[in-house]
Ligand binder design. Structure first.
Ligand SMILES: Cc1cc2nc3c(=O)[nH]c(=O)nc-3n(C[C@H](O)[C@H](O)[C@H](O)COP(=O)(O)O)c2cc1C
Length: 336
């Protein structure tokens, strides 16, 4: 009998499959559908501080314009929810969803300034978030900014939020630090309860016919999981905090590979968007089938079984790279 129960940053989960932030978690109904489909936890889409502030400004402008032009027009807006409407909507979904489903609901925050990060994190905690995931996406203000300054800012954000809330805090990492491993270790040292590897960013493209820049969100493919898997395998023996895999989960084998590399939980957004929340059972059934075929009964036996361990990891990585390049360069026909 296979037991899929596990724990992630102190949260007890019925299984290691987590719905990561996506439009599927925009509503209470959406979150309920994911929970009913069988996921172990749900991460809500991110609350973006700018979105809240922009809406607040629009509301203020709207009521000011109304009161200046015709005082009675204010009565046209009796339902104006006031400032921070977007934030209130988010917190209301979080609060109702946390009460409605049995699985942990993790809030996701993308702040801008220090007060925003802490203020919204505290509100999320009060609204019932089981944990908070920090989606620290920032474009450095200019090419002059050194990488160290960007990293310092990210560690500072974590420290601020950790000091402000008592629920577990995860950091969703970018793969674009100059030394991903060192940043991960610093975040672990600064108190992160978990790290999510990796976020997937907008890669806008250029349309040469329309002469326009086109947004490039798009869904992921399984090959994209290799980078996250490599870093999970390298980090697993080095940190004893939660590690979540995110990127490129399409079938059960992708879930299995991430667990073997060292993930505590495996997240999915693209596959659940592509196939619907019901795909959860395909992933979990496949995981169960693989575990019983291989003679594993608990996730503890699987987790990190193929993580990188032992001394001179860098030397072995280098040797593997040289070997792979030598083989590839002596073969014109693939397989690629
Ligand atoms: C349409 C869409 C919306 C997303 N929105 C968010 C978001 O609000 N916050 C966040 O941290 N990640 C967001 N993500 C990123 C996913 O949570 C996930 O980390 C990423 O897509 C990689 O996982 P996947 O390969 O399973 O899609 C979004 C992804 C997609 C495709």
């Amino acid at each position: 009998m296979v037991d899929l129960s596990t724990s992630y940053m102190g949260l007890s989960l019925r299984n290691p499959l987590v719905a990561s932030a996506s439009p599927l978690s925009h509503t209470v109904e959406g979150i309920r559908r994911l929970a009913d489909a069988g996921v172990g936890a749900v991460v809500m889409h991110s609350l973006f501080e700018e979105e809240v502030e922009a809406e607040a400004e629009r509301q203020v402008a709207l009521s000011e314009a109304g009161s200046e032009s015709f005082a009675e027009s204010l009565s046209y807006f009796p339902e104006v929810p006031g400032v921070e409407a977007a934030g209130k909507r988010y917190l209301s979904v979080l609060e109702r969803a946390s009460a409605a489903v049995e699985v942990p609901v993790i809030a996701s925050l993308n702040g801008t300034g220090p007060s925003g990060w802490t203020r919204y994190a505290q509100k999320m905690e009060s609204a019932g978030a089981a944990a908070i995931e920090l989606n620290i996406y920032s474009t450095p203000p200019g090419p002059e900014e050194p990488g160290r300054a960007v990293e310092e800012r990210h560690v500072d954000v974590l420290a601020l939020v950790k000091a402000a809330v008592s629920v577990p805090v995860a950091v969703k990492l970018s793969p674009y630090y100059s030394s991903v491993g060192e940043v991960a270790l610093r975040l672990a040292e600064a108190g992160a309860d978990a790290l999510v590897l990796f976020n997937r960013f907008l890669h806008p493209d250029v349309d040469p016919e329309l002469l326009e820049v086109v947004p490039g969100i798009g869904l992921s493919r399984p090959q994209e999981g290799r980078l996250a898997r490599t870093w999970l395998a390298l980090l697993r023996p080095r940190v004893d905090i939660g590690l979540a895999a995110s990127t490129g989960v399409e079938g059960p084998e992708d879930v299995v590979k991430y667990l073997l590399a060292g993930a505590d939980v495996v997240m999915s957004a693209s596959a659940l968007l592509r196939h619907g929340p019901g795909h959860t059972q395909v992933l979990l059934d496949g995981l169960r089938e693989w575990m019983s075929r291989k003679g594993f009964t608990t996730l503890g036996e699987v987790r990190g079984a193929l993580a990188a361990s032992g001394p001179d990891q860098a030397g072995r990585e280098r040797a593997r790279y040289v070997e792979a390049m030598r083989a590839a360069n002596s073969n014109l026909t693939g397989p690629w």
